[in-house]
Design a protein around this ligand. Structure first.
Ligand code: RUB
Length: 300
């Protein structure tokens, strides 16, 4: 694996690159760089180098189908071109990289447009963690002249919600940052919840940052709609056959430094949880705002 792939894998693991779409984008760039830096003319050796890089990238965040789906998309194109030389394949990978970037941008723009229609004048909206897509929705609604405010959870243990709050504040959107345990008290004052998505299953369940499922329960108890902004590329195909989405367990050090030095203390640090489809009013996708039950039909 070349230096760029190793750097991107390490940045993804450490969350310097975070959020499903940023991770997928960076992984496609890494794979393209592995392709370009390959030396030699053996197709088999070239394909093996891509496979090794793709495996490492996919393993960096196991709960990210968008990452896996885009890597598989590139690999399947390469595999299908039996007669192409290595230099032709390298050109193909570069053009796939470009078209993936364009497609991702197009999908995000569509989601942002659809999502912004759900923001009402004078409303208050709740969010959790850091979703570039949800931030895009708020920014679009604000740029369209809507006056509204946002409440964001700080999102322990790594405080991605603080990043959200800072970005929204910089955009000029009225934003209040709260600790995660204040979610219940604040959701009741909100008009809707907007979160991103790491994975969507065949039954329409959502896998997103730990804490999301509880927020969805609170929203339901106050009859507040809960939306998830999710590209269809976040659909995990394996769930069609009943394979569960793996939930990433992260280092205890993220929760409590020195934890390893204490005896008899066990720390669990799951990065994600599962929000059941019946708690979700709709997914905001590039194909429109759809009920969770329709996700499998649309994600081809
Ligand atoms: C980020 C997170 C985001 C989704 C969607 O978790 O849960 O809500 O990834 O993000 P982490 P986006 O910080 O652990 O990666 O809308 O940008 O794809």
């Amino acid at each position: 694996m070349n230096k760029t792939v190793r750097r991107i894998v390490s940045n993804i693991k450490s969350l310097r690159i975070q959020g499903a779409r940023n991770i997928a984008k960076a992984a496609v760039d890494a794979l393209a760089s592995e392709s370009s830096s390959f030396e030699g003319s053996s197709r088999n050796a070239y394909f093996s180098a891509l496979l090794v890089a793709a495996d490492e990238l996919a393993a960096a965040r196991p709960t990210e189908p968008m990452l896996r789906n885009y890597l598989n998309y590139v690999l399947s194109y390469v595999q299908r071109n039996h007669d192409a030389s290595v230099s032709e394949l390298k050109r193909l990978v570069l053009s796939l990289q470009k078209s993936i970037h364009k497609d991702m941008e197009k999908s995000k723009l569509a989601i942002v447009e659809y999502g912004a229609t759900l923001i009402k004048e004078g409303g208050t909206y709740f969010t959790h963690c850091h979703s570039s897509t949800v931030i895009g929705i708020f920014a679009k609604a604000f740029d369209n002249g809507k006056d509204f405010s946002v409440i964001a959870c700080e999102t322990r243990p790594l405080y991605q919600g603080v990043r959200t709050a800072k970005e929204l504040a910089l955009h000029g959107i009225p934003i209040t940052l709260i600790v995660d345990s204040a979610a219940y008290s604040y959701i009741r004052r909100c008009d809707a919840v907007f979160v991103g998505a790491d994975a969507v299953t065949a039954s329409g369940d959502l896998i997103n940052k730990i804490g999301t499922a509880g927020i969805a329960h609170f929203a339901r108890s106050f009859e507040i709609p809960f939306y998830s902004a999710a590209e269809l590329y976040k659909f995990d195909y394996l769930t069609k056959w009943g394979v569960p989405v793996p939930i990433e367990q992260r280092s205890p050090d993220e929760v409590l430094r020195m934890a390893r030095k204490m005896r008899n203390l066990k720390i669990a640090n799951p990065a994600f949880d599962i929000t059941l489809a019946d708690h979700i009013a709709a997914y905001i996708t590039e194909k429109g705002i759809i009920p969770p039950q329709s996700i499998m039909m649309l994600a081809k």
